[in-house]
Design a protein around this ligand. Structure first.
Ligand code: DHB
Length: 388
């Protein structure tokens, strides 16, 4: 089989890339290890930056997002005895939209299906070859047969465990692990808050997020290696109530049936360059952020928004300049989001060090008291413009 762009991975990065390439008249084939059903039910964060929303809308993916997405002006920051609202709209003139990554992936899946996109699901043994030549290829096994997909360009959208990242010879990598994880739950209960609450607490961080008017998403900081089975539903709701300030200023947390419970690891990782020869990396294949601040999907969208026109210029006009600049340009935003995700994480999670506690409290109080400090957080959270 031959195509112009072979895309490894049918998550949001790979699907959106195939969508943008199609609109630019460039043909692609996508291969994916998992099933479509699995890809479209993976639970991920649910906050879209303004520029992500604008991009999805501009390429015909805004219909359900506009009717079901919930626009938030800002977030609440909290620590014992204090809840402070940060209004991004006032601070930086931008808002964020609560709309699950799972929903974005479903919308993309439907749009690509309607366009007749060739996506091969449930492949195994995927490998990329000859990326240093102008005839790279991807091999994989499907239904017991080994296939070769030849292309002009291969794009790795296959996350941190896929084969693409490992195909780059001698990359530079940076990694930070954190001494805590998140226990995340989905619950069939209306959110107890209008906008997200990020709470610092001596027992550990807690986050109240949501998926819809009837479904809440909440997280608790837990030690690494925590078995979710050791957290009963009552224990989870009690910990959330204590950390989120139940009873303070008349606010209460309404518990409800928990429908999903899992432990998420926290890691920062960057690999560069994001291109080697005819292989380009986008999304989690090149960088991982810890979940605090919900940057992962937004960063993947920014990568492919940059990459699609660069590949169209390369393949349609023989113009190599945008493709040559892709890695350096993308990495500016990657490192900004890497810093922001690290700073939100380290500001809000308790360690065993009382000195850290005092620094964190001082930082939170400064953000609540100073427009300059609040503006910095708002600008990063609501998202920098595409092309930053
Ligand atoms: C969610 C996850 C995050 O990491 C975050 O910062 C905000 C929201 C979520 O899953 O809704």
């Amino acid at each position: 089989m031959r195509t112009e762009v072979a895309i490894v991975g049918a998550g949001p990065a790979g699907l959106l890339l195939s969508h943008l390439l199609d609109r630019a008249g460039v043909e692609s084939v996508v291969v994916e290890t998992r099933s479509r059903q699995y890809v479209e039910s993976r639970i991920r964060a649910g906050i879209l930056e303004q520029s992500t929303v604008d991009l999805l809308r501009s390429v015909g993916l805004g219909e359900r997002l506009d009717s079901e997405g919930d626009v938030h002006r800002g977030i609440h920051l909290q620590w014992p005895g204090r809840r402070h609202h940060l209004d991004f709209q006032d601070l930086v003139g931008r808002s964020v939209t609560v709309y699950g990554q799972t929903e974005v992936t479903k919308d993309l899946g439907r749009a690509r299906e309607a366009a007749g996109q060739h996506i091969v699901y449930e492949v195994s043994g995927t490998a990329v070859h000859d990326i240093g030549t102008d005839r790279p290829s991807v091999t994989y096994t499907k239904d017991g047969r080994t296939e070769r997909l030849e292309a002009a360009v291969v794009v790795g959208c296959d996350g941190s465990f896929g084969p693409s990242r490992a195909a780059v010879p001698e990359p530079r990598t940076w990694e930070r692990t954190y001494p805590y994880s998140w226990l995340g739950i989905l619950a069939d209960v209306a959110p107890s808050t209008d906008e997200l609450i990020y709470a610092w607490h001596p027992d550990g961080f807690a986050l109240h997020s949501m998926r819809s008017a009837a479904v809440s998403r909440l997280y608790l900081q837990v030690p690494n290696g925590t078995d979710p089975g050791t957290w009963s539903d009552d224990r989870i709701w009690d910990a959330l109530a204590a950390r989120l300030g139940h009873g303070h200023d008349g606010w209460s947390l309404t518990p409800g049936p928990i429908t999903e419970k899992s432990v998420l690891p926290m890691r920062s990782f960057v690999q560069q360059p994001m291109r080697h020869g005819r292989l380009f990396l986008a999304g989690d294949a090149a960088h991982i952020v810890p979940p605090t601040g919900a940057k992962g999907l937004n960063l993947a969208v920014a990568d492919v928004a940059l990459l699609a026109p660069a590949l169209a210029a390369l393949l349609r006009r023989g113009d190599t300049t945008p493709a040559d600049g892709y890695s350096e340009t993308a990495l500016r935003r990657v490192w900004r989001c890497t810093h922001f995700s690290w700073s939100m994480t380290t500001m809000l999670h308790t360690s065993s060090d009382p000195f850290d506690d005092r620094l964190q409290r001082s930082q939170l109080e400064w953000i609540a008291a100073s427009t300059a400090a609040a503006t910095g957080l708002a600008e990063n959270y609501a998202g920098l413009p595409i092309g930053f």
